[in-house]
Design a protein. Structure first.
Length: 404
């Protein structure tokens, strides 16, 4: 089989996902098009240069509906002969787009792909597409459905993470993100987003709160206590599933959970022939990918079993991985990952994560893979693993290694 390589990775800055956010005036299609144009321009792509654009976006309604991927291609400077396909694996959509592209390349279906994703959470509200697992009682009752925030609190309760531990993790995420921007660690990949007049509107992640400390977080009320304990009482659902727990400890709030933001990201993936045809040098090889289903109630533990699977399938051990990017959907997700593998925080999310910079659902997987690649190069490391928890109980992971 052909090896699949990463040739480039770009992303937009992440804007606050609300009406006063810097990117709010930009549609999902236009934001996607600007990122696609950056890939095209940076790599001199002409004509039918890639086989397909595989594009993740989670809430596929309204302006994010109707195969947004193809619409974004037509709105961009890419040749109209390039098709597009939209995919949805919830929070891992952007990473799964890359994994699908790599699988197509390994199977001999084309030499090159653009893969990534977008989510304009300030324009298309999360959950506005509906979800049977949440709204169909026959499915929700069968799966013991609870909202993700409750799931994050179940993880904290099950594995013994305190409010202080989660808050300390969040403070460190903010510190690392601010330090990374101050050290220009993101400049290789971040492209300034412009308005219709060509004027720059955002060149830096907007959501960060570098002044965050334990005191300011300590003043926040738990976000999911009321829906858990009072109305509609999701704690009771969880305790039916996990009767060994006496109660659910609600430790998560806006400050130690991922931010709602707008953003897009893309990676250029191809085989060795693609590089020769376009005069490009690969930066990393996609060594392995994996996905798995997990308990749908606790829901967010997927990074642990999918990492076990990808290591087992590729004949590797946790010690073979130099750096990790574990999406910070909630603090307890990453705390559980580090606990399960006894991995030091110095090797995990070294430039901060979604708690500090935000989590644009369909794009995040592509964002963290690009961040991982940049950091491997900056710190002169060789092998990295990116992984995300996924709604409804799933996990996805990708291992890359530098080349050249």
């Amino acid at each position: 089989m052909n090896d699949a390589y990463i040739y480039d990775a770009v992303r937009s800055p992440r804007g606050k996902g609300r009406k006063d956010g810097a990117l709010h005036e930009v549609t999902s299609v236009r934001l996607s098009a600007q990122v696609l144009d950056a890939i095209k321009t940076r790599n001199g792509l002409e004509g039918h240069a890639v086989e397909d654009v595989i594009w993740g976006n989670v809430t596929q309604v309204a302006e994010q509906g109707g195969c947004l991927a193809r619409t974004a291609v037509l709105a961009s400077d890419l040749d109209e002969s390039i098709p597009g396909v939209s995919i949805n694996r919830f929070c891992a959509s952007g990473l799964e787009a890359v994994n699908m592209a790599a699988a197509q390349i390994r199977g001999g279906s084309g030499h090159g792909y653009i893969a990534g994703g977008v989510e304009m959470m300030g324009r298309v509200a999360m959950g506005s597409d509906g979800a049977a697992i949440a709204v169909d009682p026959s499915v929700a009752m069968q799966s013991y459905f609870v909202p993700q925030g409750i799931s994050a609190d179940i993880i904290a309760t099950q594995y013994g993470f305190s409010r202080d531990e989660a808050d300390a993790f969040a403070v460190e995420s903010q510190r690392r993100a601010a330090a990374a921007w101050d050290d220009n660690r993101f400049v290789k990949s971040v492209v300034e987003i412009k308005d219709r007049n060509g004027l720059g509107i955002l060149g830096r992640d907007e959501y960060m709160r570098p002044g965050t400390d334990m005191q300011s977080l300590g003043a926040l009320n738990p976000s999911f206590r009321e829906m858990g304990e009072i109305m509609p009482g999701f704690d009771k659902v969880a305790l039916m599933k996990y009767p060994h727990l006496e109660r659910i400890e609600h430790i998560h709030h806006a400050g130690n959970s991922s931010g709602i933001v707008d953003g897009a990201a893309a990676l250029l993936v191809g085989d060795a022939e693609f590089g020769r045809m376009n005069g490009l040098t690969p930066r990393a090889r996609i060594r392995a990918s994996a996905k798995i289903g997990t308990d749908p109630t606790i829901m967010l533990t997927g990074p642990v079993p999918v990492t076990e699977k990808i290591l087992r399938d590729s004949g590797m051990e946790i010690g073979d991985i130099d750096l990790f990017e574990v999406n910070e959907a909630f603090a307890s997700v990453v705390l559980r990952f580090m606990q399960a593998f006894d991995v030091d925080h110095s090797r995990v999310n070294v430039n901060g994560g979604a708690i500090a910079m935000g989590h644009p659902l369909g794009a995040t997987g592509a964002i963290i893979l690009g961040t991982l690649l940049d950091e491997l190069e900056r710190s002169d490391r060789e092998v990295g693993l990116a992984t995300l928890c996924i709604a409804s109980g799933m996990g996805a992971a990708t291992i890359i290694e530098r080349v050249g």
